[in-house]
Design a protein around this ligand. Structure first.
Ligand code: ATP
Ligand code: MG
Length: 572
């Protein structure tokens, strides 16, 4: 189990319960996903919170699938959610539950509410029900079916259960208050008819409880102490309490916190489903998706995701967290753990003219400067190399310290080289550099103490492994793709969110890497081996660039576009 979480307003509430003895010292939370999509980074926040709190107090956390809607739920989602939770590092032993396990109990509770005159079968059409409901400013009206007798309601509810009505012809409603300022309390629907088999209960039921009728009681049945949920459910709390009070069963304490929103992405399952179904991404686990499965395939670690969740904290104030905070955490983690390797993504050929033809030297390279125990490796050096095209400029501006005609730089772990000639094709494009190396600088230091201003990565052309690299950018071009009322969020999908580079050239020892192995391509980015790799060709997903190049570019463009502020406001 991962470390527990630090203090927040929810732990303060729990502390007060611990002091007052409200739950006799028990702390029992749950994570209640609806299996109608994959888990995303927002869920991770809820997961870290619920499991973290249980851990902190030596309590328990259940996994409960809130599977009340058979139409949208699939086994695939249940399996994916289970896998993602395990991968995040959480353990629930045998405490996995399904709201559908409580269908019999929930049915009995509904009958009980009818018996005490607190529920009735309504036969208004769905349109009429909407009309009768009123609005935020107007009270609702009572249904003409509201005052049916208990006996009639029992008969009609049984008829609903037995399939005597078509979908939409009848619902069971709680009899609360059509004039309530809280619309959730205006005789909410408890049961509706759905002629859809359920993944777990098959065709046993033709009526299904609404989420609101199932959720609070499921928490009660499981003797949850603290039902932690997001702020949208604040207005549902009076309804949950009404059900528990009237059915006279045990009360958990519901506590609401602000859901996580992340810039440059969307986190609602309804929208994530559209991205998948409309083909904007290759699937729920596309490395551009904010799903746990997508982040995993992108190369994220459980540690980074948990660290991020802990960092964003828990509060009551809605806000949007910058995507760069998430990227910061994966960089921190991979910096400590990912072995370094030299790879060239945009190659420029370099011929070392004074290096003997056919000679190969094995250069010693450090696997991870942050982790001595990672040791060293040998990497071949020869006469023809690739360097990164960006590392050369024919006519360099000031502050460009890398390779240029006549200039000397260091090739990492190898030699100092000086550019002696630039070869171009018929179109004037540079196709090759001629260089000279200084044999006295083997290992990357000059005995005479002379210095160079740049160290470049390189690979030996003859030895390099060719692989495919998938370079990802944010899935949306807009910081807040959901904020423009006149546009659909899909209008902001970034057309260049995936750039495939094939081949890239990598140090040869990498050929034994396996799916899930993570590396730092020196001076470029962190990469992970994708499961679509084959024996012939490795596929690498770019997890995150080394520095926050994007933010840097943004800052620069902002600086450029902002009129220079005067130092002092003009005096009148
Ligand atoms: P979505 O809006 O993405 O469909 P949901 O709330 O309908 O999310 P559930 O499967 O019902 O999805 O969520 C399970 C749990 O995760 C709930 O307790 C919910 O409050 C929590 N959760 C969902 N999204 C977020 C989020 N963005 N931040 C924090 N917690 C979340
Ligand atoms: Mg939900």
């Amino acid at each position: 189990m991962p470390d527990d979480i630090s203090s927040n307003f929810i732990t303060d509430i729990i502390d007060s319960h611990q002091e007052s003895g409200r739950f006799a010292g028990r702390v029992h939370t749950r994570f209640p996903p609806e299996p109608n999509g994959y888990l995303h980074i927002g869920h991770a926040k809820s997961i870290c919170l619920n499991f973290g709190i249980a851990e902190r107090y030596g309590g328990l956390c259940n996994l409960r699938f809130d599977d009340t809607n058979p139409a949208k739920e699939e086994q695939e989602y249940i399996d994916a959610i289970t896998e993602d939770l395990r991968w995040l590092g959480y353990e629930w032993r045998d405490r996995v539950y399904f709201a559908s396990d409580y269908f019999d109990q929930l049915y009995d509770m509904a009958v009980e509410l009818i018996r005490i005159g607190k529920a009735y079968v309504d036969e208004l059409t769905p349109e009429q029900m909407r009309e009768y409901r009123g609005s935020l400013t107007e009270p609702g009206r009572e249904s003409p079916y509201r005052n049916r007798s208990v006996a009639e309601n029992l008969t009609l509810f049984e008829k609903m259960r037995a399939g005597g009505f078509q979908e939409g012809e009848a619902v069971l409603r709680a009899k609360i208050d059509m004039a309530s300022g809280n619309i959730n309390m205006r005789d909410p629907v408890m049961y509706r008819i759905l002629n859809t088999p359920h993944p777990r209960t098959g065709d046993k039921w033709r009526i299904y409880p609404m989420y609101d009728f199932a959720h609070g009681q499921s928490d009660s049945i499981e003797a949850i102490t603290h039902s932690i949920c997001t702020l949208e459910y604040e207005d549902h709390r009076p309804l949950y309490n009404w059900y528990l009070d009237n059915i006279e069963i045990y009360h958990p304490q519901q506590i609401e916190f602000a859901r996580l929103n992340l810039s440059h992405t969307v986190l609602s399952k309804r929208k994530l489903i559209r991205l998948v179904e409309e083909g904007y991404v290759s699937g729920w686990d596309d490395p551009r998706m904010p799903t746990i499965a997508g982040l995993r395939r992108r190369g994220y670690t459980p540690e980074a995701i948990r660290g991020f969740c802990e960092d964003v904290g828990v509060g009551k104030v809605k806000g949007v967290v910058d995507l760069h905070k998430l990227e910061y955490h994966i960089r921190q983690d991979l910096n400590k753990t990912a072995p370094r390797v030299m790879a060239v993504i945009n190659p420029l050929k370099v011929v070392i003219e004074n290096y003997p033809e056919g000679k190969v030297e094995q250069m010693e390279a450090i696997n991870n400067p942050e982790d001595e125990s990672a040791g060293t490796r040998h990497t071949p050096f020869s006469k023809v190399l690739y360097i990164e095209r960006d590392d050369f400029m024919e006519d360099p501006p000031r502050k460009f310290y890398r390779l240029a005609p006549g200039r000397e730089v260091r090739l990492r772990y190898a030699y100092f080289i000086t550019c002696t000639d630039v070869i171009k094709d018929a179109n004037g494009e540079i196709v090759e550099l001629r260089c000279a190396y200084d044999p006295a600088t083997r290992g990357g230091a000059a005995p005479d103490g002379r210095r160079v201003k740049a160290t470049l990565h390189w690979v030996s052309a003859r030895h390099a492994l060719k692989a495919e690299a998938r370079l990802y950018d944010t899935l949306f071009t807009a910081e807040y793709p959901e904020n423009d009322r006149d546009k659909d969020f899909t209008d902001f999908v970034n057309p260049s969110s995936l750039q495939v580079v094939d081949p890239v050239y990598i140090e040869p020892h990498i050929k034994t890497a396996r799916a899930g192995d993570r590396f730092q391509f020196e001076r470029l980015a962190y990469f992970v081996v994708d499961a679509e790799s084959t024996a012939e060709k490795l596929v690498f997903n770019r997890t995150v660039t080394l520095r926050d190049q994007w933010r840097k570019a943004q800052k620069q463009s902002r600086k450029a576009s902002k009129p220079k502020r005067r130092k002092r406001a003009p005096q009148r």
